[in-house]
Ligand binder design. Structure first.
Ligand SMILES: [Fe+2]
Length: 309
């Protein structure tokens, strides 16, 4: 997709600041970034302690307090997702992924009207869900391209490894189960136990969605980050078979509606404003083009939203 040279890219950025640059230039973003990096550091410290000193006392409430304070700095859902997408451009570690998943899951919990206590447990589920990945060599985790069968077998061990690291902590069982079950899928295609719908804990199902969304919207060596509408499109293709409908439908609907009134770039090079989200087809909203005409993307199946601008 990206075919221009670094020089061309810099010139085009100077002439037309990207959405990412606009988000990053807000003073609140910088304050948020400092708090975010502090929290990433705390997650790293607590993971290292759990891994290296299994019997050391752990205070998971401090890390929870910091994470809820970070969440409260986002006054709108758009703030949250804008900041997460942009924070990820600078830090793609397992720790920042865990923090993003915690923040996304906490927001999902609010949409689902969970109690305060449930929100806190769900946030901790996100913070600890990938702790088992710390034991996988970084060169495998960050490997560009496809995994070999042996490498994938190693990756598939991280949920159980995570559960084993957490199982003796004095913490809610749901946190341990989220580490173990966040790669299970409703159709039985997940791992490690190939559980099916009805056998997977609710909070693990929520974490699974937050986990995949964060991975889709992160840059990978083999592709640019997907824009939220491309992520929704991928979820819509197979989401109902893989995830609990009651969670995935709420999630996708809320994400799409977050971008109502935003400017977007289409795959035909035109830019437009999202005028109205179509609740039945979230990736096909009514949009207003720069020439003022309003079109319904339902009537234009070849058009796609490829970027928030
Ligand atoms: Fe994972």
């Amino acid at each position: 997709m990206n075919t221009c040279s670094a020089g061309e890219l810099n010139r085009s950025r100077a002439a037309n600041p990207s959405y990412a640059q606009k988000v990053k230039s807000h003073p609140e973003f910088m304050a948020y970034q400092i708090e975010y990096q502090k929290e990433v550091h705390s997650i790293r410290t607590i993971f290292d302690t759990i891994i290296n000193y299994p019997n050391a006392p752990i205070n998971i409430h401090l890390i929870l307090e910091d994470c809820s304070r970070l969440a409260s700095l986002n006054t709108t859902t758009l703030d949250l997702f804008d900041r997460l997408h942009n924070m990820r451009l600078d830090d793609d570690s397992v720790y920042s992924h865990c923090l993003n998943v915690a923040l996304i899951a906490r927001q999902m919990g609010k949409w689902l009207r969970l109690t305060h206590e449930e929100l806190n447990v769900l946030t901790l589920c996100g913070l600890f869900h990938d702790i088992g990945k710390i034991q996988i060599p970084e060169e495998i985790l960050n490997k560009p391209g496809k995994y070999t069968e042996e490498e994938f077998a190693l990756i598939r061990q991280h949920p159980l490894a995570g559960y084993n690291l957490l199982k003796n902590l004095p913490a809610d069982e749901r946190i341990k189960k989220a580490a173990l079950l966040h790669h299970e899928r409703s159709d039985g295609s997940g791992y490690p136990q190939k559980l099916k719908a009805g056998q997977i804990e609710d909070f693990a199902e929520i974490i699974a969605i937050a986990d995949v969304y964060d991975a889709m919207t992160a840059a990978r060596s083999y592709r640019s980050p997907l824009c939220p509408f491309q992520a929704i499109d991928m979820f819509e293709k197979d989401g109902l078979q893989l995830y609990s409908p009651k969670y995935i439908l709420t999630f996708l609907n809320r994400i799409a509606n977050t971008y109502q009134n935003n400017r977007v770039l289409l795959n035909n090079g035109q830019s437009a404003n999202i005028v109205m989200i179509n609740d039945k087809r979230l990736t096909r909203p009514m949009i207003q083009l720069d020439n003022g005409s309003v079109v319904d993307m339902l009537d234009l199946p070849e058009w796609e939203i490829i970027k928030i601008i």
